[in-house]
Write a protein that binds this ligand. Structure first.
Ligand code: MG
Length: 277
């Protein structure tokens, strides 16, 4: 269930005290399918340029998919900034990146509206819109006294609302961070650096969970232990090979499909635990 690699450590250096979790795709599946909104939208925009039209649409799409994936985990605006740069490189005249972001968010909200409404009126069970085993993971971390932080590239107001709808917010006790309109004031790297600085930690006491490049790289750079969560979001079962491959490349210490096998994950993080009585 836990995939390990011979060229990197397969358990944390020290007993974990702090954990940073990404939100979308790592905890929440409310925004499952966002790639199917962003990729065709960006492809249309890039295809509709002097150089874009000379290429097969599939090639433009693959190009978009690549840079979208590479920037997954950063705030959405960075993917939009990159789109604008690509449009310029393809001989087109881009809009302001914020315009692309607004349009993307508008389209995404249409897609996820049923899920949000269902959670709000109680017709949808929160558990069905989380990565399997999420509550077990958060409970297990809490049991071990690990302070958990949520850091997301999605706008903070949305993260706060969605974390509350999924009933996971209390595990974080105010330690929830998301993207700001002044996008340079927030990054996962800044959140991680702050956790380490304010708590006088060494990176070895930090663990991270994520399904994107950015958080895995950031946690590893800080000296922490990064768990790559390669859930097949659509099926809520099994591994997404595309994610898995990229998480390995980003430096994930281990890869897991989800948190169903919580006993195994607990053993990996905390070893054979003996409780003082
Ligand atoms: Mg994610």
């Amino acid at each position: 269930m836990i995939e390990t690699f011979s060229d990197r450590r397969n358990r944390p250096e020290k007993t974990p005290k702090y954990a940073v979790l990404d939100f979308d795709g790592t905890v929440s599946l409310i925004r499952e399918g966002w790639q199917q909104i962003m990729t065709p939208y960006f492809t249309d925009e890039l295809y509709n340029t002097p150089e874009g039209r000379k290429l097969p649409r599939e090639q433009v799409e693959l190009h978009c998919r690549d840079f979208i994936t590479l920037l997954t985990g950063k705030q959405t605006i960075y993917q939009c900034i990159r789109l604008a740069e690509e449009i310029t490189a393809f001989g087109g005249t881009p809009e302001d990146p914020q315009t692309y972001k607004d349009e993307y968010v508008r389209r995404l909200l249409v897609k996820i509206d049923d899920r949000l409404k269902g959670l709000e009126n109680g017709k949808v069970e929160p558990e069905t819109l989380t990565v399997p085993g999420t509550y077990d993971l958060l409970g297990m971390l809490q049991k071990h006294g690990v302070k958990a932080y949520l850091a997301s590239g999605t706008d903070e107001e949305h993260v706060l609302n969605e974390a509350a709808l999924l009933k996971v917010n209390h595990y974080f006790d105010g330690r929830i961070y998301g993207a700001q309109r002044e996008y340079k004031t927030f990054s996962k790297k800044l959140v991680i650096e702050r956790i380490i600085r304010e708590n006088h930690l060494s990176g070895g006491e930090l663990i991270g969970f994520g399904d994107g490049y950015v958080e895995i790289e950031n946690v590893r750079e800080a000296g922490g232990f990064a768990v790559g969560v390669a859930t097949n979001e659509h099926e809520r079962r099994g591994i997404d090979e595309w994610k898995r491959e990229r998480l390995i490349r980003a430096g994930a210490n281990v890869i897991i499909p989800d948190y169903r096998n919580i006993g195994e994950i607990e053993k990996m993080l905390f070893g054979e635990v003996t409780y003082a009585v």
